[in-house]
Ligand binder design. Structure first.
Ligand code: ADP
Ligand code: MG
Length: 455
């Protein structure tokens, strides 16, 4: 997807005010009724419609009038909100070229004032195969408080939390710099995904390092679940770095053994094919079963090892449950045999992360939900033209307080509107109709409250 951050520089305060109002409205509505956006944004002289038209022109919002007149954020709109927050925090000042397209993400180079180049990963859950999307849609249909933006935000938060925790335990992962919404900023790995590497000086050593990582992860209570040549980076000195963590599970997950074996099998298969390794010779010291694969059952595992670090990043048990249920939509459809499928479906309460005893409480980290609500949303001014490859996004420091106030006041305004809707006190019949009745899933009061609580 094209990310033209030039547009970002020319968006006005009102544009961001309305864009933020749409984001807030999406906590309860897949499509936010236009009048609700107007009431949350409460622009002094009206004019929300004109602003929405501008946002629509730049593809930051999508218009939907199939059930009622409303808007939702597009991924681009969500990108801009996250990028603006990162710029205001001083995390980076310029966005450069796209360096990766993952299954469900886009990765860009970004650089800060010192010229340090980092990687920015924008999560895009839902951008998968038709089958997987279908199963996810089926799942989401029964969970009206979920939407793609929410899930992408959870994926980013999980990735950030795991990267930080793993780094603290000495695993070779990128340095986790910051996260906001669906966006994670991390150090840039100077290397290539293993899938692009045709030759290695020491394939045996690299192979053993990688298998050693899977085993060490399990000892720390974790399974990567997507450990393959696409998610292993290797540099010119053949140093290995692992990436891509949103799908990790605990070793006490009911399918832990299967996930572990699958990770191991991927590595064996790849090294066998690409580097012609013969495993009987090179994996003697880690070999402990007949097939020369490390065996899950013989590893001493310490579940819950990283709980403290994960909770410190603001990643809660509820977050884990939510994202795991979503991810397992894939497993049910694509990866599990029919028998397993049946037994999965019969479980009413799927718990993905049994042994990670995460705090139920949100932490005060700036990555948590409340943190998101009070983000600064400072209007970036026109930046100087510099590196032709990257787009500078200098910000105006004087606006910082104003923007904090903006988000706070919009949140307050939204709460007021929601409270009025709960009491059914709307005088305006258009508002009541579109908001309470045509809003579909949020037509009863307790449901609205539940959705509010679960955002
Ligand atoms: P996905 O979850 O969508 O698979 P990944 O995290 O695996 O996304 O990233 C996709 C690609 O982007 C990787 O294969 C790699 O080429 C590149 N990439 C991701 N993170 C970094 C990083 N920190 N440094 C350099 N390249 C990266
Ligand atoms: Mg990947």
């Amino acid at each position: 997807m094209k990310l033209d951050v030039d547009v970002l520089r020319y968006l006005s305060k009102d544009d961001f005010r309305v864009l933020t109002a749409v984001e807030m409205g999406m906590r309860n509505h897949e499509i936010v009724p236009s009048d609700l956006i107007g009431r949350i944004a409460s622009l002094k002289h009206g004019g929300t419609y004109k602003v929405l038209k501008n946002l629509l022109k730049h593809k930051l919002v999508h218009h939907d009038s199939s059930k009622y007149d409303g808007f939702r954020l597009t991924y681009l709109g969500y990108d801009f909100l996250a990028i603006k927050t990162m710029v205001n925090r001083g995390v980076f000042t310029a966005v450069g070229r796209q360096i990766g397209v993952g299954k469900e993400s886009d990765i860009f180079e970004v650089s800060n004032e010192d010229g340090t180049v980092m990687a920015m990963k924008l999560h895009r859950l839902g951008r998968t195969s038709f089958r997987a999307v279908k199963s996810k849609r089926d799942y989401l249909r029964h969970r009206s408080s979920f939407n793609w933006l929410y899930l992408s935000r959870l994926a980013a938060l999980k990735e950030f939390a795991f990267m930080k925790a793993l780094e603290e335990h000495g695993f070779p992962v990128p340095n986790a710099v910051d996260c906001n919404r669906h966006c994670v900023v991390m150090s840039l790995i100077q290397g290539y995904p293993l899938v692009q590497v045709k030759q290695l000086q020491n394939p045996e050593t690299v192979f053993e390092t990688i298998i050693g990582l899977v085993v060490r992860l399990a000892e720390h209570g974790l399974i990567h679940c997507d450990f393959n040549e696409f998610n292993i980076m290797i540099d010119d000195d053949e140093k290995v770095t692992m990436i891509d963590f949103p799908q990790m599970v605990s070793v006490s997950h009911r399918n832990a053994q299967m996930y572990f074996d699958r990770d191991i099998e991927c590595i064996f298969k790849f090294f066998g094919k690409r580097f012609n390794l013969s495993f009987e010779e090179c994996s003697d010291d880690i070999d402990d079963d007949e097939s020369s694969r490390p065996s899950f059952s013989s590893i001493t595992k310490t579940a819950g090892f990283l709980d403290k670090e994960l909770a410190a990043s603001g990643f809660t048990r509820k977050d884990e449950d939510d994202i795991q249920k979503f991810i397992e939509g894939d497993v049910e459809d694509d990866d599990v045999s029919d028998d397993e499928h049946d037994s999965e479906l019969s479980q009413t309460n799927i718990k993905g992360f049994d042994s990670l005893h995460l705090d139920q409480e949100e932490s005060t980290s700036r990555c948590n939900e409340e943190g998101q609500v009070v983000e600064n949303l400072q209007s970036p001014e026109v930046g100087q033209s510099g590196d032709p490859e990257s787009q500078n996004l200098s910000s105006n420091e004087g606006d910082e307080n104003d923007d904090t106030e903006l988000v706070k006041s919009l949140a307050k305004q939204r709460r007021r509107v929601m409270a009025a809707a709960r009491k059914g006190h709307h005088k305006n019949s258009t508002s009541r109709n579109s908001y309470k009745d045509k809003g579909g899933k949020s037509s009863n009061n307790s449901k609205i409250q539940k959705q509010l609580a679960s955002w």
